[in-house]
Design a protein around this ligand. Structure first.
Ligand SMILES: Cc1ncc(COP(=O)(O)O)c(C=O)c1O
Length: 446
């Protein structure tokens, strides 16, 4: 049998001799059967070095909201590159981008730019501590805020170490982290407003900020239960803490105003990444004027040689104008396509006796694979997810889908882009029929 990933295997083997572990982001090593190497993409499609074509729902981990190589973006970047690739100084372009962000996001009274959301999160947390003079940050189990020491506390603790339901452990998955950083966090469970109230009361007067993904997309895909976001806002107002919305994934995906417009809340600070640059290294910290005060007076340091890089600004301006030009069509169209995809996957799952339960708002969703005997119903938080999602079985189905040309994210997340069309969904479901049949016949519970 021919190996459809032979060229990727060959390149990966070569890469391990020059690149540590063969990849430039640890998570990429997890891809089965081998980390894939890509050659080109257009719209909803991407081609690997073996010539395999995929309908892409990984879509640059969500950054490619506009699809692969969208018409117009390359020209915008190239036009800027001919004028200059880097100033490490001011340009009118950065004001144009900041003004667009202000116009689209109600809470974006002021803007600061970065090159990754990881950095923007670090800026937000430093600013919150500086602003309040308090040492602690409250974050939620399973929420991901970048790969730095501060972004990953309490992200995915193993069940034997995750602590009680009332006091989730503050663990970090990496060695080499400054140990004291862990003590500067309070971890709470997502989607339990009463538990959150108790956590905040326990550390009264010590918490600078609550940071959260408005829709948890880094562990399953979990929308906030009614009252969750309202409770965060209420507690932040009452206790003098800053509310930090990490909209790295939800920003622009949920429409021009992001999840905050969609759910109707106003955070003090917001982190934007991914779709704000459409695939270039670009991120922003935006927020209310009062919350930005310490950056304005310079007492909280925020810096970076490549901040406001003109190539990234040109791309971002193009992205923001694209979103604005869609008006009411966005997020209506991506939501409708995603909902169709979810419904179609569920039909296939039932037809083949596979306990797959797509969950999410459509424009992004997760395919929960129920463990044998696991209860039905919406997965609400990290612990619930670990208890009910069969990651090993999902990995097998994901591999079957990949072999048939449908590419979802390794952990089970699916993104719809503005380049996906009805025909893509229909074709993906047609291909998936074969993948589901193969999975059903091959899968043996371990
Ligand atoms: C919610 C959230 N915050 C922060 C980050 C970090 O973004 P970056 O990898 O661009 O630094 C991510 C990345 O996936 C994310 O999903």
């Amino acid at each position: 049998m021919t190996d459809r990933y032979a060229n990727s295997r060959r390149l990966f083997e070569r890469a391990t001799r020059s690149i540590a572990a063969g990849v430039n982001s640890g998570i990429r090593k997890m891809e089965q059967p081998v980390p894939l190497y890509f050659q080109r993409g257009t719209g909803s499609r991407v081609w690997d070095v073996d010539g395999n074509e995929y309908i892409d729902f990984q879509i640059g981990q969500g950054a490619l909201l506009y699809g692969h190589a969208p018409a117009g973006m390359a020209e915008a970047i190239a036009a800027q590159a001919r004028l200059g690739t880097h100033w490490a100084a001011q340009s009118e372009l950065e004001i144009e981008v900041a003004e667009r962000l202000q116009a689209m996001i109600p809470s974006a009274e002021l803007v600061r730019l970065n090159n990754s959301a990881t950095e923007a999160v670090l800026s937000a947390l430093r600013l919150a501590r500086g602003h309040t003079g308090r040492p602690l940050i409250l974050k939620f189990e399973g929420h991901y805020h970048g790969w730095a020491d501060e972004g990953l506390v309490g992200f995915a603790p193993p069940p034997d170490k995750w602590g009680t339901d009332e006091a989730p452990a503050r663990l970090h998955p990496s060695q080499g982290v400054i140990p004291e950083v862990l003590e500067k966090f309070v971890v709470a469970r997502w989607n339990d407003p009463d538990h959150l109230r108790r956590r905040v009361a326990e550390f009264k007067g010590q918490i600078a900020a609550i940071i959260f993904e408005p829709v948890l997309c880094n562990t399953g895909c979990m929308e906030p239960v009614p009252g969750m976001i309202e409770t965060i806002r209420e507690l932040c107002d009452r206790e003098g803490m800053l509310m930090i919305a990490d909209e790295t994934i939800t920003g622009f995906r949920f429409g021009p105003g992001g999840a905050q417009k969609h759910f109707g809340f106003v955070p003090d600070l917001t982190v934007l990444g991914k779709a704000v640059g459409g695939g270039v290294p670009f991120a922003a910290l935006v927020g209310r004027q009062a919350a930005m005060r310490k950056i304005i007076d310079g007492s909280v340091v925020h810096a970076g040689t490549l901040n406001g890089n003109p190539l990234c600004l040109a791309a971002s301006k193009w992205c923001l104008d694209s979103i604005a030009s869609l008006g009411e069509r966005h997020p209506r169209e991506v939501t409708a396509l995603g909902s169709q995809m979810m419904a179609g996957l569920r039909v296939l799952a039932d037809r083949h006796g596979i306990p797959l339960r797509p969950q999410g708002p459509g424009l992004v969703f997760h395919t929960v694979m129920l463990k044998p005997g696991a209860a039905e119903g919406t997965v609400r938080d990290y612990r619930d997810y670990v208890r009910r999602h069969d990651a090993t079985r999902w990995t097998h189905l994901r591999r079957c889908l990949l072999d048939d040309g449908v590419r979802a994210i390794e952990r089970g997340l699916w993104f719809i882009s503005l380049a996906h069309r009805q025909a893509d969904v229909a074709e993906a479901l047609q291909k998936a029929e074969r993948s589901f049949a193969r999975h059903a016949s091959e899968w043996k519970p371990v």
